[in-house]
Structure formats: structure tokens, C-alpha cells
Design a protein around this ligand. Structure first.
Ligand SMILES: [Zn+2]
Length: 315
């Protein structure tokens, strides 16, 4: 049982070789003197690395551009999670097709505790923080930076419980990261100020931006619902096209983890109503981007979104 092994404080660990494997995807967690952590989404992979720092080795199951609503855990994923010291998932049914996997990691078949720490990031939120649509919780909590800092606290708490010897490191990393998150929040608010009030309307492929809208004052409308599991129908396209044409919304947006065809159909429908809306660009919704563009972190992806939205909607 990996959790019971004697773990050296992280600073004492010979890190050089292990760091080479600290990417968000790659080999399955093996023997390590560090806390081994498996995460589901790319946002969580980044969060775990920010909080875990040198004390952890983090593996992400889902890559950039992967849709977490539709993601099914492979046998390899299950084995990675079983071998890790800690597993972090987002919750509120974001990982809707991963079913009871997370609960089963904590208890063995004979209902004994496995000793593994399973952290649900959304557990850091209070009930009042959560947006419900027809009784269904919206899982896209990372789009309100304040809520994501609560998720960061939850992750820090979980890592500390799994690895108490490095409590101080996790606490310091959390404090540092919360400062960066506060700066990000200010950046988004400043960007929003560049857009006239009436144009603060965000139309995207699916309802991922409800928390963003509430936190930063945008009217948000998605072509699909809060999960991508249900297809957008012609009635949805028609209703949204009416709205865009009537309100002369300058741009609509695609999402990096979803096909572009639905948004193209929407733009065509708007055109047939005598108004032309442009394609504002691609937003990161349910995954971050890649390293080449600097969008492979939560902060990098969110800044990209704020820049793209502002460029498209400002006069
Ligand atoms: Zn989503």
C-alpha cells in the first residue's frame, strides 16, 4: 500500500530524474518518494501541480481538447488511479461517464478503506456557490476564479491529509497560487470593462460559461445544455439565432473541446435573418490548451479566453 510507505519530506528527494516525468500525461504512477496524484481534467492537473509543487508527481487522465462530459475511464486509467496515492476529480457530475469509479477507489471490494485519498474539488464550494439549471448542478466551477480558489483550498486540504509531512509546502503553494488567481480575477474584470454593457453577451457551443457570466456580468447562452451529452436541436439553433439577430450580437464563439459545426449552423441561421455575426474565436471551456501557446495552465487558458472575448465584442 503506497500510502503507508515512509515518505521523505519532498525537499530531500532526488528530484532531477523524476521531474522529467512530471508531465500531465505519460507513464502510469509507479514507485515514487513523492506523493503520486492522478487527476481527471487538464484544469485539475494544473491545479494539482500548482499546489503539489515539488512534493507531488501529477498525472492527468484527460488531455487538452478532451471533453470530460463524454470521457470514459479506460482500464489503464483505472489502474493509474488505483496505483496513485491520491486522485482528484472535479465533481458535480462533470465526469458524467466515470460513474462510481471515484467511490470505488476509496473502498475495496470487501468495503475496507484502501488508504487512498480521493479529492472532489467541488467539495470546496458551499451550496450557495453552485448554479442549478432545472435542478441539475452546473459543473463548470473553474469559470469563476473565486470558486476555483475554493477548489484550490480543497485540493490543498486533501493533499495535506494524504501527505501531512509536507503540510507547510502545500500551504505556501496555496497562498502563492491564490495571489496569482486574485491577479487573474482583476485582469478579467479590467478586460470586461472594455466591452460595452449591451455587448457583454457570450454565445458558445455549450453552457460552460454560466459561472463566468454570473461572476463577470455577461449574459451567457449556450447552444447545447450544460452537458454535451444532448445534441442541440433545430429549435435551439432557431431560438438563439433570433436572439443574436435581434440584439445584433457581434460575435459567437467555438470551444476547443467541441466540434465547430454546431456554431457554424448557428451563424448560417443568423445570416438568414439578415444579420451577420462573426466567429469570435476559440475558447477553452472544459480543457486547457497546449504548452506552445502558453495556454496549458488554467491561468493561461483563462487569460486567452478573456482576450479573445474582449477582442471580438469590443467596438
Ligand atoms: Zn462542459
Amino acid at each position: 500500500m503506497t500510502l503507508l510507505k515512509k515518505r521523505l519530506p519532498c525537499l530531500a528527494v532526488m528530484a532531477a530524474v523524476l521531474l522529467a516525468f512530471a508531465a500531465c500525461q505519460g507513464e502510469k504512477p509507479g514507485k515514487s518518494d513523492k506523493l503520486t496524484v492522478v487527476t481527471t481534467t487538464t484544469m485539475l492537473c494544473d491545479l494539482a501541480k500548482q499546489i503539489g509543487g515539488d512534493c507531488t508527481e501529477v498525472w492527468g487522465l484527460m488531455g487538452s481538447g478532451v471533453d470530460p462530459h463524454q470521457y470514459r475511464a479506460s482500464a489503464g486509467d483505472i489502474s493509474k488511479m488505483q496505483n496513485a496515492d491520491a486522485v482528484i476529480y472535479s465533481g458535480l457530475h462533470l465526469e458524467g461517464k466515470m460513474g462510481d469509479v471515484f467511490a470505488s477507489l476509496e473502498k475495496s471490494e470487501n468495503s475496507e478503506n484502501t488508504g487512498k485519498k480521493v479529492i472532489c474539488a467541488a467539495d470546496g464550494l458551499e451550496e450557495k456557490d453552485i448554479i442549478y439549471n432545472d435542478g441539475v448542478p452546473d459543473p463548470h466551477i473553474w469559470f469563476d476564479v473565486h470558486l476555483w480558489s475554493l477548489a484550490a483550498e480543497e485540493v490543498a486540504k486533501g493533499l495535506t491529509e494524504a501527505d501531512p509531512e509536507n503540510e507547510v509546502a502545500y500551504k505556501n503553494n496555496l497562498e502563492e497560487y491564490k495571489k496569482q488567481l486574485a491577479e487573474l480575477d482583476s485582469y478579467i474584470r479590467a478586460k470586461t470593462e472594455e466591452i460595452p454593457q449591451g455587448q457583454r453577451v457570450l454565445i458558445t457551443a455549450h453552457d460552460a460559461f454560466g459561472y463566468f457570466g454570473r461572476a463577470y456580468g455577461y449574459d451567457v447562452r449556450g447552444l447545447q445544455g450544460i452537458s454535451t451529452a444532448t445534441e442541440a436541436g433545430t429549435a435551439d439553433v432557431s431560438r438563439l439565432a433570433d436572439f443574436i439577430a435581434e440584439n445584433k450580437i457581434r460575435a459567437v464563439f467555438v470551444e476547443s473541446s467541441l466540434p465547430v459545426k454546431n456554431i457554424q449552423a448557428l451563424m448560417e441561421a443568423v445570416k438568414s435573418r439578415g444579420f451577420e455575426t462573426s466567429l469570435g474565436g476559440s475558447l477553452y471551456s472544459d480543457s486547457t490548451g497546449d504548452g506552445e501557446t502558453g495556454t496549458d495552465t488554467y491561468i493561461g487558458a483563462f487569460k486567452h479566453n478573456a482576450d479573445v472575448i474582449t477582442e471580438a465584442l469590443k467596438p
